[in-house]
Write a protein that binds this ligand. Structure first.
Ligand code: NAD
Ligand code: DAU
Length: 364
């Protein structure tokens, strides 16, 4: 790992709250911080456990890091719950992931996106501000979707004007602006990252890559929106986690960094690659047909952004951050992970983890 331990001492904290730590990126981030960065403090995972949150994704971390890892079931829409956790654990930094994150859901039911992504972020910023000088860093994890959509040319960068289209991206844009306002107005120590599409282990199978892996394995249709010509810039979740930790521990307050994979692919090509990998590990379909034959073109997403692509030269230049996975190595590793972890897949798809949560909390 290329972390510069001296540079990381710039921002120092010992009671880090990670919101949304039971989700895809948050759970990878907590594991990454404990195992790869040399962080010696405590992490409080504050998560409401919506359909997308699975505490089982961190069973290994809970077993290995004991009292340095605390799970608090709490909702960022509830300011009192946030304050209680801040006081009880003397929170001095926040890495804020908690959000409604799926664009398709935001098209069907936008209300939850405003409540959690906008109001929830406001509640957290307010609690951080109330801690005064005891609070040293609020890192807000955001998305490249705030910038809107690109044509065939060009890249999003830190200076690109905001032009969100979906209720999801509009809610994230709002939360970015509120986070910046808390820096500019109250001097709160805030940093922001805007990242492109992530993939990797523990991603809820509503998103393109895990959905296609599991459907291809099970011989179900692979629903490609429209012609599948929309382009996304794919980044392995571990590289995103390293970028977040770098910015939150080294960047100046009030700064923003764009993070991307330098790995643009059309959706149809992503799906074909997944099919080829599943076929390599599991062979063709039982009737001998190739897995690709499962591809089914369906109606396009409303307001579907055409292309995302990130110019991440600022984080590369300032901190030497680099992607360590390519789409070739990362997609293969991810397909293998889903094939090797059927118990996790079953737990998120069957609702078993929701029953486990009720058992876990019984009597508390
Ligand atoms: P996810 O949907 O997998 O996880 C979200 C987590 O937040 C879940 O654990 C859920 O239980 C929790 N949560 C939701 N509402 C909550 C509430 N009201 N209070 C407390 N917890 C709540 O999401 P993800 O893909 O891991 O994304 C995490 C963050 O990263 C989001 O802010 C998202 O906008 C951002 N982001 C995601 C990507 C990506 O490709 N997935 C890329 C860039 C940025
Ligand atoms: O760019 C960062 C964003 O990436 C994050 O902010 C979001 O939280 C995250 O969900 C992701 O948004 P996308 O909408 O790009 O990801 P999704 O996996 O939903 O879709 C990727 C592309 O694949 C998109 O163009 C829509 C298409 N798609 C998706 C699904 C689920 C399909 O063609 N078929 C599908 O079934």
């Amino acid at each position: 790992m290329w972390y510069n331990q001296e540079a990381m001492k710039k921002i120092s904290f010992g009671n880090l709250m990670v919101t949304g730590g039971a989700g895809f990126i948050g759970s990878n981030f907590i594991r990454h911080v404990f195992e790869k960065t040399g962080y010696a403090g405590r992490i409080v995972n504050f998560d409401a456990l919506t359909y997308a949150g699975n505490p089982r994704s961190l069973d290994d971390v809970a077993a290995k890091f004991g009292e340095r890892y605390v799970f608090v079931r709490g909702d960022i829409r509830d300011p009192e719950a946030i304050r209680r956790a801040f006081d009880e654990y003397s929170i001095d930094a926040v890495c804020h992931f908690a959000a409604e994150s799926h664009v398709d859901r935001s098209i069907v039911s936008p209300g939850a996106f405003i409540e959690t992504n906008v109001n929830g972020t406001f509640n957290l910023l307010q609690a951080a501000r109330e801690r005064g000088d005891a609070f040293v860093r609020f890192h807000h994890v955001s998305t490249d979707e705030v910038f809107g959509s690109l044509g065939a040319e060009g890249f999003f960068s830190e200076t690109t004007p905001y032009q969100p289209h979906s209720p999801y991206s509009a809610s994230k844009a709002s939360s970015d602006h509120i986070a910046r306002a808390y820096h500019d107005t109250y001097g709160l120590n805030v940093t922001i990252t805007n990242c492109s599409n992530n993939y990797g282990p523990y991603q809820f199978p509503e998103k393109l890559i895990p959905l296609m892996i599991l459907n291809a394995v099970e011989g179900k249709p692979l629903p490609v929106y429209g012609e599948g010509l929309n382009i996304r810039d794919w980044l392995h979740v571990e590289d995103h986690c390293a970028a977040i930790w770098t910015v939150m521990t080294q960047a100046e307050s009030g700064t923003t960094y764009c993070v991307g994979g330098r790995s643009e692919l059309r959706n149809i090509d992503v799906v074909k690659r997944i099919c080829a990998l599943v076929e390599r590990f599991r062979g063709p379909l039982p009737n001998g047909a190739p897995r690709e034959s499962l591809i089914t073109h369906v109606a396009d997403r409303l307001g579907h952004d055409k292309r995302y692509a990130i110019d991440c030269s600022k984080i590369e230049r300032d901190f030497g951050w680099r992607q360590t996975h390519t789409a070739d190595s990362g997609f293969e590793e991810t397909v293998r992970w889903y094939l090797d972890n059927p118990a996790w897949v079953e737990s998120v798809r069957s609702g078993e983890y929701l029953r486990w949560i009720e058992t876990y909390y019984a009597g508390r």
